[in-house]
Design a protein around this ligand. Structure first.
Ligand code: UDX
Length: 407
């Protein structure tokens, strides 16, 4: 097929690579010149394991351009543009703008919305553009995005128009994943319901972690492991820590909670999950203060990890960055180390090695689960393991989230 992909972020670029690999001719549209040049030079501007190689291998079937007129002959256009949450509400301006730009070039292509959008959006895009609109949310995780796209757990196809739905089914046939065809609105809500449920699972285990800390002999990791054997619960997304971050969970939980409130049918469980998540930073700070005292002024705190999780350079919605902001607000001196995060932080000292960062700090907080932090040497300095990557009580002065340290 001839496929357009509008917006070459994490999802757009991976979708482009995987669909080219599957034998389609793919035209990726990116309006940011610097990013576009990077793709054309074979150096994707984002770090996603395997992406650079995937793009290089399928170069012949991939075109990257900012010129919408190149989309004249496409059969479908995936919209993979950002849908940020602004003041708690979803901002759909990129969706409508890109949909209109496609509609100006072709009257026959089917639009496929991959970005996360509130229920009712596809119908509005259809009425504004006159093009058939399919809702085909993605469930890929950064760090494993290529594999998630090649072998997803399921493909959700929401459409009013049966032919358009069949077209999208054909695109994803090669994945052999189960396919659910439904209404646009169901498809749109399935995405939010899935992300909110996973976020709620994380907040559940984080609240339980707080309880574990009050009970001598309890460890949230073991409690989660014991729960996870139950197939109905599953062991996934039960890792307690500093709270969920990233470009999806924080924005999507807020957007759907606000949308539900506007529909006078609030999602109180999701609202509570958001609240619990927002208190994770306080938790880490209070663990620190229990040992260093209430006044953090001029105290040198080392933060290991800036990205919202391992295997990505993405710091959007990162809990580590929020933690740093809190420490700076308390006048601490903040030292940081991260192997690849692309971010410029003011008022912090970024070290090239974790050893130097540790050496120059009185206390260390592990804020991202980079595997290289598993073998840190700390010389009995205070360490807060906010990601639970170190063996419990493996050295003196180690405080782990969700583990009682009372004797
Ligand atoms: C998420 C969804 O998983 C994916 O389906 C959707 O398409 C986009 O949003 P992503 O943001 O890449 O993917 O990261 P994910 O691996 O889900 O982690 C999100 C956050 O939750 C991270 O900050 C991670 O550290 C945290 N997390 C995850 C936990 O704290 N505990 C867990 O058990 C799992």
């Amino acid at each position: 097929m001839k496929i357009g992909i509008i917006g070459l972020g994490y999802i757009g670029s991976v979708t482009a690579g995987v669909l080219a690999e599957a034998g389609n001719d793919v035209i990726g549209i990116e309006i940011d010149k610097k990013r576009l040049d990077a793709f054309n030079n074979g150096e994707p501007p984002i770090f996603e394991p395997g992406l650079k190689e995937l793009i290089a291998k399928n170069k012949k079937r991939l075109t990257f351009t900012s010129d919408y007129s190149r989309l004249k002959e496409i059969q479908v256009a995936f919209l993979t543009v950002p849908t940020p949450t602004v003041n708690g509400r979803i901002d759909l301006s990129y969706i409508f703008a890109s949909a209109k730009s496609v509609a100006e070039i072709t009257k026959t292509a089917t639009l496929i919305i991959k970005s996360t959008v509130v229920p009712g959006t596809a119908a509005k895009v259809n009425s504004e553009t006159g093009l058939a609109v399919v809702s085909n949310p993605e469930f890929t995780k950064e760090g494993t995005a290529i594999d998630d796209t090649r072998r997803p757990d399921r493909i959700i196809i929401g459409a009013k128009d049966g032919n358009a739905a069949n077209l999208v089914e054909k695109i994803w046939e090669f994945t052999e994943a189960p396919i659910l065809k439904t209404t646009n609105e169901n498809a749109e809500l399935i995405k939010y319901a899935s992300n909110s449920f996973l976020a709620t699972k994380i907040s559940f285990i984080n609240e339980l972690a707080n309880l574990c800390e009050t009970i001598s002999g309890c460890d949230v990791e073991t409690v989660a492991k014991g729960m996870g054997f139950d197939k109905r619960i599953s062991p996934y997304f039960l890792k307690a820590g500093i709270g969920y971050g990233g470009s999806c969970f924080p924005k999507d939980t807020t957007a759907i909670a606000e949308f539900a409130k506007e529909n006078k049918s609030p999602l109180t469980l999701v609202e509570t999950a958001i609240k619990i998540n927002s208190e994770r930073i306080d938790k880490v700070i209070s663990l620190l203060k229990e040992e260093l005292g209430n006044n953090l002024r001029e105290k040198k705190i080392g933060v290991l990890g800036l990205t919202f999780k391992q295997d990505t350079d993405d710091t959007r919605g990162s809990q580590a960055i929020q933690l740093i902001e809190r420490l700076l607000a308390e006048s601490a001196i903040v030292n940081v180390y991260d192997p690849i995060a692309k971010v410029n932080l003011e008022n912090v000292k970024r070290f090239k090695t974790k050893e130097d960062c540790i050496e120059n700090s009185v206390a260390i907080i592990i804020a991202t689960e980079w595997p290289e932090f598993k073998n840190i040497k700390v010389n009995d300095k205070l360490v807060i393991d906010a990601k639970r990557i170190l063996p419990p009580r493996s050295f003196n002065n180690l405080k782990s989230i969700g583990l009682s340290w009372r004797k």
